[in-house]
Design a binder for this molecule. Structure first.
Ligand code: 5GP
Length: 112
């Protein structure tokens, strides 16, 4: 079981900013910018590599949620970045699919 599953099950606390039947969004414990939120599906999917066509609606829902959250926390106009780290080269450290919503400062590109 991953730490994110424990957050979904409310076994460990998190600063939750949005929740519905499909997804949960909460503040990253080690923020990389003034605003850093993680959006995760409640369904246990270990990484983007494991999604199937059955997950189309879920993936679309996560993107819509990112757009809504960005508006809610007032970063949509200045801009923000969505990141899905996948496996080792992607720097994925928790094996439960998650999307980072990062903003609140100028972000550099390309990533290191
Ligand atoms: P990854 O590196 O897998 O793309 O991102 C995992 C993220 O989860 C990291 O940014 C890390 O700070 C965050 N994280 C790890 N454990 C916890 C936790 O217990 N609570 C919260 N809120 N974030 C966590």
């Amino acid at each position: 079981m991953t730490i994110f599953k424990k957050i979904i099950d409310k076994e460990i606390p998190a600063d939750i900013v949005y929740e519905d039947d499909i997804c949960l969004a909460f503040r990253d414990i080690t923020p990389q910018a003034p605003q850093h939120i993680l959006i995760i599906p409640k369904k246990e999917i270990s990484s983007l590599n494991k999604v199937t066509s059955e997950d189309k609606e879920l993936l679309g829902h996560m993107l819509l949620m990112a757009s809504e959250i960005a508006k809610k926390i007032n970063i949509s106009e200045d801009g923000y970045r969505l990141v899905i780290n996948t496996n080792s080269h992607g720097g994925q450290s928790v094996n439960h699919l998650h999307m980072h919503v990062i903003g609140g400062r100028q972000l550099s590109w390309p990533p290191g």
